[in-house]
Design a protein. Structure first.
Length: 117
């Protein structure tokens, strides 16, 4: 009967040493017989590259959205300020003061207008 060999710590170190030497010499893929799977490996790396690229593009788009939100908020503040400014200019007292400053003789009526039935 054939006995199964038990793994020892020294076997692990030997495997690790062989793996590192194969990486250094460039024979790792040959030792693993991965030549027939090269297209699959290249395709997987391509997919990972596309995934990373799309993540970067999405992050770029989200940063633009954040910048634009800040700009919109700033523009809303400016808009509210301008709206207040326009509303304050249309008050009767302001209009009368501006007309006097321009030299106009137009003033607010002293008596109420007469209504004809």
């Amino acid at each position: 009967m054939e006995q199964k060999r038990k793994w020892k710590i020294s076997d692990f170190w030997e495997l690790l040493k062989n793996g590192i030497s194969a990486i250094v010499t460039g024979n790792l893929l040959l030792r693993l017989n991965a030549g027939k799977y090269f297209i699959h490996i290249a395709y997987t790396f391509l997919l990972f590259w596309i995934l990373i690229f799309e993540s970067l593009m999405a992050e770029n788009a989200l940063s633009k959205v954040e910048k634009n939100k800040a700009r919109i908020k700033e523009m809303e503040i400016v808009y509210a300020d301008k709206t207040f400014e326009v509303a304050s200019m249309s008050r009767r007292s302001e209009v009368e003061k501006r007309l006097e400053a321009m030299g106009s003789k137009v003033k607010e009526p002293e008596k109420q207008a007469i209504e004809i039935d």
